[in-house]
Design a protein around this ligand. Sequence first.
Ligand SMILES: *Cc1c(COP(=O)(O)O)cnc(C)c1O
Length: 421
Amino acid sequence: MTRSPVWHPFTQHALEPPMKRIVATEGAYLTDENGHRMLDAISSWWVITHGHRHPTIMQAIRTATETYDQIIFAEYTHAPAEQLARGLIEIAPAGLQHVFYSDSGSTAVEVALKMALGYFHNSGTPRNRIVVMEHGYHGDTIGTMSTGARGVFNAAYEPLLFGVDQLPFPEPGDEQATLAAFETYCKSGGVAALLIEPLVLGAGGMKMYDAKVLAGLKEIASRYGCLFIADEVMTGWGRTGAMFACEQAGILPDIMCTSKGLTGGALPLAATLCTGEIFDAHLSTDRRKTFFHSSSYTANPIACAAAVANLEVWRTEPVGERIHGIGQFHRTRLSRFEGDKRFANIRQAGTIAALDLKVPAGGYLAEVGPRMRALFRERGLLIRPLGNVIYLMPPYCVSESDLDRAYDAIDEVASTVLGQG
Ligand SMILES: *Cc1c(COP(=O)(O)O)cnc(C)c1O
């Protein structure tokens, strides 16, 4: 067979086995070309919330295609975008009153950064410093890489990345250091915004921190007139147990980014929500104050219709109960690993469970992820550890027996990799 021209994301083609071809998806499962079913225990990179091909969402997509394709979104609007914006405002933290559409998590964050700088620029009090948290991840564009953790993933692009101020990760018991660092940055002036993943730093290794830290950071931001940008791209749509993670800290962000679960994972779409104050700073008879951002596929009507259907699923199905059940199941199975010498930092937030495999030091770490991935795959499980961090983030339709199987596999795979099995 000739080699495929496709260049896959985050894939070292010289080391990876050939890509497995998926021919169908349903519920919590992917089916490959040999008819083998794989449990999608990471929701296809965190996007699938209710399950693959939820009937309500797929029907809404079919219906939308009878009427729409892409429609220019400057000068024109359409019902799916209008309906979705109203629906989002209704469920989002109070104070968020406007919705700007784009098409991925990265673009939602880029939009947020531009809104923040635009707000201060248009108000005649320019500020341009961005504060972020250590181990953060906000996307893979040059702008969002600049705000994320630096490392092997962006070393080649480093010369183009802009500087940001970084807060230490709030390790348990040392949260005060994070708050103090933020206050110091704010005091020194020019801080436009804090950009942060609330409660869980996803790509940075499913690192979890206390809601009190978020509340503390928000309090400081408000005191210094610095905007609070919640990157809820991963944490939104129930992942941490609440609709949006910010709710758990009782905070109201000035800007909120959402994408992954916005359409239930069926189609690409993103939204950046902001307060009336930020919108108003761009509202002027002076055209120079316009918010200068657009992408060709802004507010794609079919994607918006899928997102409207997602809202309907949340309204009409016991999604909260499913999430609660998954959380309880995680706690039960994780408790069996407490005190297990193979694991450290056993943690959970809502539907997300994570634990670190204690790998002996010495260059071995980089190989451990791919090795575990292959062992999980052999067992019919899609689980992609982040280095030595094993995590589960299943779609909400997952069954207890599926989760049981995933935990049994973690047990086995950990022993195999550590050479104890
Ligand atoms: C995935 C992710 C992004 C980037 O989203 P894309 O759709 O992949 O561009 C941004 N922020 C967070 C917190 C994410 O998890």
